[in-house]
Structure formats: C-alpha cells, structure tokens
Design a protein around this ligand. Sequence first.
Ligand code: ATP
Ligand code: MG
Ligand code: FE
Length: 335
Amino acid sequence: IKILAIESSCDETAAAVVVNGRDMRSNVISSQIALHTLYGGVVPEIASRKHIEKINQVIAQALSDADMTLQDMDAIGVTYGPGLVGALLVGVAEAKAISYAANIPLVGVHHIEGHISANYIENPDLKPPFLCLVVSGGHTHLVKVTDYGTYEILGRTRDDAAGEAFDKVARAIGLGYPGGPKIEKVSHEGDPKAISFPRAKIADGVYDFSFSGLKSAVLNYLNGCRMKNLPINQADVAASFQQSVTDVLVDHARHAIREYHMDSFAIAGGVASNGVIRAAMEQMCREEGVKFYHPSPILCTDNAAMIGAAAYYDFIAGKRAGLDLNAVPNLKLGE
Ligand code: ATP
Ligand code: MG
Ligand code: FE
C-alpha cells in the first residue's frame, strides 16, 4: 500500500511517500522557521499563506524523490487536526482536491497519532502494545498505545506543553525562537545542577504534568538576578531548566512502565529530539529492563512521513474520509 502523506498543521509544509506504513520512500519538509523567527513565534496568517505557496512543489518533490507518480498511490493521508485552522485547511483542501481529481481514497490523520507513528518508520520490530510519551510544541501526553490507532491517555499536561515551556524559557533568557534546539545547544556549556528549579508533582494525577510553575520559577530567578544586579549565566539557566523537565518526564515514564508492565517505551514529538532527554530516557529504560524507541530527530519534529505511517494503519482498518473532511483545530486524541 503506497500512501502520499501531507502535513501542514503548523509551520512546516511537508509531503512524503510511505509504503506499508514503515517504508519511507521520501520525506520533504519545507520549514518556515526562518520566516517566523522575525516575529519570535509562529504567525498563523503568514503560515497559511506560505503553505499555499509551497504545497504543490513539496508534493511534486515527494513523488519525484520516491520515483513514483500520483497514479501509483493507493491513498492520500492528510493531517486534519489539531493545529492552526488556516494552516490545516491548506493541506486538507489540497488532499481533497487530489483525492477527487485522481480518484484516490482519502484518510484523515490525527497529528499526534502521526507523531507516535513516527516510531514505526525506523523500528520494524515496534508493535503495540507499548507506552509512548508525546512531548511536542502543543502536547505532553503519556499514552498507552493498546493497538494501532487505539490510544489510552494516562496523563497530560495541566497547563503548558513541554515544548511550549522550552520556547517560553528560551525567549526569557534571550535565545529567541525556536526555543528547544537553542536551549539544548547552550545547555552543553552550563551546569544542570547550578540552579534548583522545581519538579512539579500533581497530587490527584500521578501521570499529569505541569510546566507553568517551572516557567514562573525561571522568570522569578531571572527577575531576582536583575533586581540584585547579579549576572545571569544563560547556559546554567538553560541546563538547569532542561534538567528539571527531563527529571519530571523520566519520573512519570518510569512510574507508568512499572504500573502497566509494558516491555516497550517510545518517545515522540519535537522535544523527543532533545539529546539530554533521550539519553536520560534510554538509561531509565535500561534500568527498568524495557526496550526504548525513538524516531530520528528529523522524524520527531513535524513531517509528513509520520502522517503516512499513521494513515496506513487507519487505511487498512477501513477508515476513509469523504470530501466533507474539515480541519479540526482542537481535535482530541482517540476521537
Ligand atoms: P504539536 O505537535 O503539539 O501540535 P508542534 O507541531 O508545534 O506541536 P513539534 O513540531 O512536534 O510541535 O515540536 C516543536 C516543539 O519541539 C517546539 O516547542 C520546539 O521548541 C521543541 N523542540 C524541538 N527541538 C527540540 C530540542 N532539541 N529540545 C527541546 N525541545 C525541542
Ligand atoms: Mg514546527
Ligand atoms: Fe507536531
């Protein structure tokens, strides 16, 4: 089964060809990061316009990289939520047009299912059930993947997502957008034990997360330094913040592995490309005796190959979308 996948939920215009959900034949990503850096974050209106400009050439490139044509495709998979409504609409409209014009079945894909499914591409042995920690720009979900396309959410963030915390802290210490990679880079020069930031625990939800308190603690620390005219060591703040996020993520994951007796654990989403978080997860999994899976960095952040992987399992389960498929900006996982 050959799937042309399209992703445009945020600031990446992406298309890919994936065969049987695991064999990635092409993966084209046109990132708008440079464009939005000017404004310190993603500007939705600009993102939509740029998607329109790029989408046709990105799809053409994905097909040509895969050495295939539209006529070779068995299905079109497209992200229809969650994300920015204007950005999503570009991909959805494009996918519907292709589906109608070339008479190819359409499959609507949940963006977070895509992030989780990125793990299938480079790990042929990974099969449900497994636990997955999704850490992205808008989500922090601890999920039990009971079967392909079947998810049980064990915990989620009560406020900011992990990636959002990285982005906000990066802005506060003057690193700018996008925050995650910049914090990781400067953290190598810092001491993760230099400043003791909080590790939030939630009394009535052992698997839930909270990152807004950590963000406030960083802001308070910075303000305190400024008021007392003390120097701020950017690298120490970055490393200490990153360590706090890492400890909380690892702690929750370890707890879930023990309680649910899973033998496989995966991470997904943009924050999963963080080397410090990855190494800590890997060590925890070794200690707990479970297999650790993660996508390569390029498949952690937004891409269409992950949408193709998810679309395949939806497709073989018989799921189809009609030409009435619409963008759903706040689509929930498992609906
Ligand atoms: P969502 O998937 O929840 O809809 P999104 O698509 O915007 O949100 P992703 O593209 O999955 O999010 O990931 C982007 C996020 O990942 C950003 O918040 C970014 O700062 C973070 N990120 C990327 N690389 C790293 C890194 N090396 N370390 C930490 N965070 C990172
Ligand atoms: Mg992005
Ligand atoms: Fe994403």
